[in-house]
Structure formats: C-alpha cells, structure tokens
Design a protein around this ligand. Structure first.
Ligand SMILES: NC(=O)c1ccc[n+]([C@@H]2O[C@H](COP(=O)([O-])OP(=O)(O)OC[C@H]3O[C@@H](n4cnc5c(N)ncnc54)[C@H](OP(=O)(O)O)[C@@H]3O)[C@@H](O)[C@H]2O)c1
Length: 302
C-alpha cells in the first residue's frame, strides 16, 4: 500500500497526463515534485501554484544529482516534435527518449518503485485485441516514436534487473477525457453531422481509457512493481467505434445518425486487452458508451 505521506517525482510534469496526475497525487496527500523544461510560458508558475515543487531540467542532458531521492518516480516525459521530419528528427526521438529512460532509471534506482509510461503503439495496429504477450512490432510511423518507447521499455527492464529496482511499465491506449469525446459526439449528432475526430490520428475503432482511470491506475501501479518489471496494457473496458458512439447518441436524441467514412481515418484500429491490469488493480470506473448515453440524455432533456 502507498502511504499517504509518500514523496513522488513526476517527470514531464507539464504534459497532458502528468498534469492530471499531480492534481490527484496532491489530493491524496502526497508530496509532489515535478521536472520538465517548462517550454510553454507560464507552465512552471501554474504547477508552483498547485503546490508542486518544480525542477527545471532537460532530463536527457542536465545534471540531476542535486535532486532529492523519492519514494516513487512516475516517468511521463517524452520527447517528440510533430513539426519536424527527416533523418535527424527520427534520430533525435530515439536518442532523447532513450536518454530520458536511462537517466531516470539510473538516478532514482533506490526508489521504492518506478513507473514508466509506454504506449500500445509498440505493437502493430490490429483488428484483434492486443495483450502483453503479443509480439512487439513498433509502428514505423511518427518519427520513430513507437520504436523509441519500446527502447525505453528495454532500458527500464535492464536497469531494473541490474539495480534490483522494482518497476512497472504501463502501455497506455489513448488516455482521454471521456466527457470531451461525449460532448464532441453529441454536439455533432444533434447538428446532423458526423462525429469529428479529436485529431487526424484518433482511430476509427479503439479501446480508449478515461483519464480518471488512467491516472488512478498509474498511481496504484507502483504497488505491483517488480524486478524484472511488470508490463501491463492500460486501455479502456470496451471496444468502441465512432459508428457505435454516433448511433448511441442518435438513439437517445431520436434523430437519424450521419456517419463519417472510415476511410478518412489515418488509423483504423488500436485495440487493447487490458484484463491483466484489471485483474491486478480492479476494473475501470468509466465506460465511454455510458458517458455518451448520459450526455445525450442531458442534451435531450435540456
Ligand atoms: N497521450 C497519449 O495518447 C499517450 C498514448 C500512449 C502513451 N503515452 C505516453 O504517456 C506519457 C504521457 O503522455 P502525454 O501525452 O501526457 O505527454 P505530453 O503531453 O507530450 O508531455 C510530455 C512532457 O515531457 C516533457 N519533456 C519532453 N522532453 C523533455 C526533456 N528532455 N526533459 C524533461 N521533460 C521533457 C515536456 O514538457 P516540457 O516541454 O515543458 O519539457 C512535455 O510536456 C508519455 O510517456 C507518452 O509517451 C501517451
């Protein structure tokens, strides 16, 4: 069990998942430190105001010996610049992310546990459910991002075994805000339009996990850390498609659904079987179809 007054370091603390993570850690009574480069103006001040002790470092190069030890380290930082392309950009993604994993595992090897955030993209896009035993085949798309995440996993495994550090690797499958997806779906259906994607890379068929659940699993996953590390898929409880979500909202609103062409999507399917995670840490709380249904009900009754 994680004690209430434990100390946590969150790397990449300015990130999308990390910001939710620190809010929850503070709510649970923990002492929270965060490290990032604070490349967006105001991002450090925002975290300072929340009560996070902030460290400004490029974790791939800057010294970290003067930073404290922690009970737990949640390694969320990832380097990836979508605006860049070419060989140099691909090499930078590999080199920087490998350096991040290596330096975190080295410096905080005495932590009670280290969590490494990875991605379901270490396995191929697939129409079938993917689990921890599916052979990895990192997607070559996106500047080597998936390959770099797999390299990070290997570095974490090697360091955990070398130093005896308990570690856990979570392969996230689309940690997202279900309320945002439900609003996007219901608003489109009410306007007689097809449901748009959040960005061009959101798949047509996928197993997203609500951020509330992803954050809870991320924190509690340190309880199942081990050496060699446990690797766990971290996706949502149901396979959803835009078609199914659109139909769910249309049924409640009593309108004719309009569907987008699945061929318009960059990726068709990313599906996780996360039953191993659920068997160790319990079932997730939020189910996207139910959130869409409830959002549609509220829109209908307004
Ligand atoms: N979001 C997803 O759909 C998804 C899916 C699968 C896996 N994941 C994994 O989950 C983790 C969190 O994802 P996210 O989407 O929340 O990430 P994110 O928003 O891109 O945040 C990553 C943070 O890392 C920091 N960072 C980058 N390079 C750094 C460096 N050299 N030193 C220190 N900090 C650095 C950046 O902050 P500064 O610029 O301020 O340094 C950035 O805010 C990542 O490891 C990601 O690979 C995410």
């Amino acid at each position: 069990m994680i004690q209430a007054d434990s100390t946590f370091l969150v790397t990449g603390v300015t990130g999308m998942v990390a910001k939710r993570l620190v809010r929850e850690l503070l709510k649970r009574g923990h002492t929270v430190h965060g490290v990032a480069r604070y490349s967006s103006p105001g991002s450090r001040e925002e975290l300072d105001e929340m009560g996070v002790t902030t460290w400004k470092r490029d974790l791939s190069t800057d010294p970290v010996d003067d930073m404290p030890d922690y009970d737990y380290v949640l390694h969320q930082a990832v380097y990836w610049d979508k605006s860049k392309s070419g060989v140099e950009a691909r090499r930078a993604v590999m080199d920087i992310n490998a350096a991040l994993a290596e330096r975190v595992m080295q410096r905080w090897q005495n932590a009670r546990a280290i969590l490494l955030a990875s991605t379901g993209g270490v396995c191929r896009e697939s129409d079938e459910l993917v689990d921890e035993d599916t052979p990895v085949q990192p997607n070559p798309d996106r500047q080597n991002y998936h390959l770099a995440k797999f390299a990070g996993e290997q570095i974490a495994v090697a360091n955990s075994m070398l130093h005896g550090t308990p570690a856990v690797i979570l392969r996230y499958y689309w940690p997202v805000d279900f309320d945002e997806i439900a609003d996007r779906c219901v608003n489109a259906v009410a306007a007689g339009k097809p449901m748009p994607g959040a960005d061009p890379e959101e798949p047509f068929r996928w197993t997203p996990i609500d951020l509330v659940d992803a954050v809870d699993y991320t924190i509690r996953s340190v309880e199942v850390a081990d050496s060699p590390p446990a690797i766990l898929c971290c996706g949502g409880p149901e396979l959803v498609t835009r078609k199914k979500l659109t139909r769910t909202a249309a049924d409640v609103l009593g309108v004719e659904p309009v569907f987008e062409n699945p061929d318009d999507y960059h990726w068709e399917s990313f599906l996780a079987d996360s039953s191993r995670l659920y068997s160790r840490l319990g079932e997730p709380k939020r189910c996207l179809t139910e959130v869409v249904r409830e959002t549609a009900r509220q829109a209908r009754d307004r």
